[in-house]
Design a protein around this ligand. Structure first.
Ligand SMILES: *Cc1c(COP(=O)(O)O)cnc(C)c1O
Length: 389
């Protein structure tokens, strides 16, 4: 009888807190409850038609049926450079400073393999998108969690990281606009990060997945636009959230050429790039003339306004987000994250995400996603008002 035993790296992973929640959600649904699911960060709107049309046309071209190039089609990488220049004023050399990714998650998961040796420390925020930590563990690195606290505007306090840790640290992950807290970073913070990186010889990996999902005319800053950033780091991006393309799996990393090349070398030994017809559609997406983006921002703004005003009326504390489609809410007195999330699910039929599922310092919060219509959000608020807490 074969004994199948998981590798240590899988045994080391933190427990998956959302598994229990998924089970409870299914149980509530099985009882016939119309669950309002605002737990998952996945846009509810379809990909724009012109992007789909461009895929359909490209899919019929035999030249796109062969293996794609490892680092991305030249035209795709050039489109990324044009996009950065036009939107953010950042100049990139497309063939040296951009690598295509099968969604930014893929690049985030692989980058520690290129640079982290056993025992190297990787600074990761907490609460956070879970991949920074798991990718570190997969590369035999040691994650050091930087708490994101309300009193610091959910930015990590770089000054309190112990000197011993900094000596061993080789990489830092940051993510602004932030999932799950919806916080944004200032150019001043990024300038401090560049100085920190230079002082301690730490590579910066900035996850910029929500760059275009912002409100009230606000443009969240790009890390790469910070003076000196190109010498110390890279930025991850994707078309997933911006153009409702989460299912398509297309993204990129851009920035420092040695870091980009290291990631590219890992990838060329693992995957074979992105289907070129999808890259053609990606180029089409980036050609967007702002009208569509404006429409998307208006839609989320309306939803945000309904939800934030309603939470306020219920006495649930939050900060109206300037960016992302998340609202990070404090759990009311007498509950912890898990307890309040269970209350909302079992008593109100509303599925939200417990803050501690993103890391210890997320305890005391829950995350709501603006991924249902405003009527549905209003219904969620009405249910909470009726049932109470
Ligand atoms: C959604 C998300 C991603 C992953 O996006 P893909 O490009 O679809 O892989 C990366 N980072 C954060 C913070 C996200 O929320």
């Amino acid at each position: 009888m074969l004994k199948i035993e998981k590798a240590e790296r899988l045994k080391q992973l933190p427990p998956y807190l959302f598994a229990e929640l998924d089970r409870k959600k299914d149980a509530v649904r099985a009882k016939g409850v119309d669950v309002i699911d605002i737990g998952v960060g996945d846009p509810d709107q379809p990909t724009p038609d012109h992007i789909i049309d461009s895929l359909c046309k490209a899919a019929r071209e035999p030249r796109f049926h062969r293996y794609p190039s490892y680092s991305g089609m030249n035209d795709f990488r050039k489109a990324v450079a044009v996009w950065y220049q036009k939107r953010l004023g950042v100049t990139l050399e497309p063939l040296k400073e951009v690598v295509s990714l099968i969604g930014s998650k893929e690049g985030i998961a692989h980058i520690p393999l290129a640079f982290i040796n056993p025992g190297d420390v990787v600074l990761v925020p907490s609460p956070a998108y879970p991949v920074y930590k798991t990718a570190t563990i997969f590369a035999d690195g040691i994650p050091y969690e930087m708490p994101l606290l309300k009193e610091n505007g959910f930015l990590p306090d770089l000054d309190i990281i112990p000197a011993e840790t900094l000596k061993k640290a080789k990489m830092i992950f940051l993510n602004y606009p932030n999932n799950p807290t919806a916080a944004t970073a200032t150019p001043e913070f990024f300038a401090k990060v560049v100085a920190f990186a230079n002082q301690h010889n730490i590579m910066v990996c900035h996850d910029y997945a929500y760059s275009e999902m912002a409100y009230d005319g606000y443009q969240p800053p790009s890390f790469l636009a910070t003076p000196g950033a190109m010498e110390v780091g890279i930025e991850f991006h994707s078309l997933s959230k911006t153009y409702n393309m989460t299912g398509w799996r297309i993204g990129w990393a851009a920035g420092n050429r040695e870091i980009v090349a290291g990631l590219g070398q890992i990838k060329s030994n693992i995957d074979s790039g992105i289907f070129e017809a999808i890259q053609i559609a990606g180029i089409e997406a980036m050609r967007d003339d702002d009208a569509w983006l404006a429409k998307m921002r208006a839609l989320y703004t309306e939803r945000r306004n309904v939800l934030v005003a309603g939470l306020d009326k219920l006495g649930l504390k939050t900060i109206a987000p300037k960016a992302t489609f998340y609202v990070w809410v404090e759990v009311p007195k007498g509950y912890d994250s898990a307890g309040f999330v269970s209350h909302l699910l079992e008593k109100c039929g509303i599925c939200v995400t417990p803050g501690n599922g993103f890391g210890g310092p997320g305890e005391g919060y829950f995350r709501m996603a603006l991924t249902v219509g405003k009527e549905r959000l209003q219904e969620a608020l009405d249910r909470i008002a009726k049932i109470g807490f």
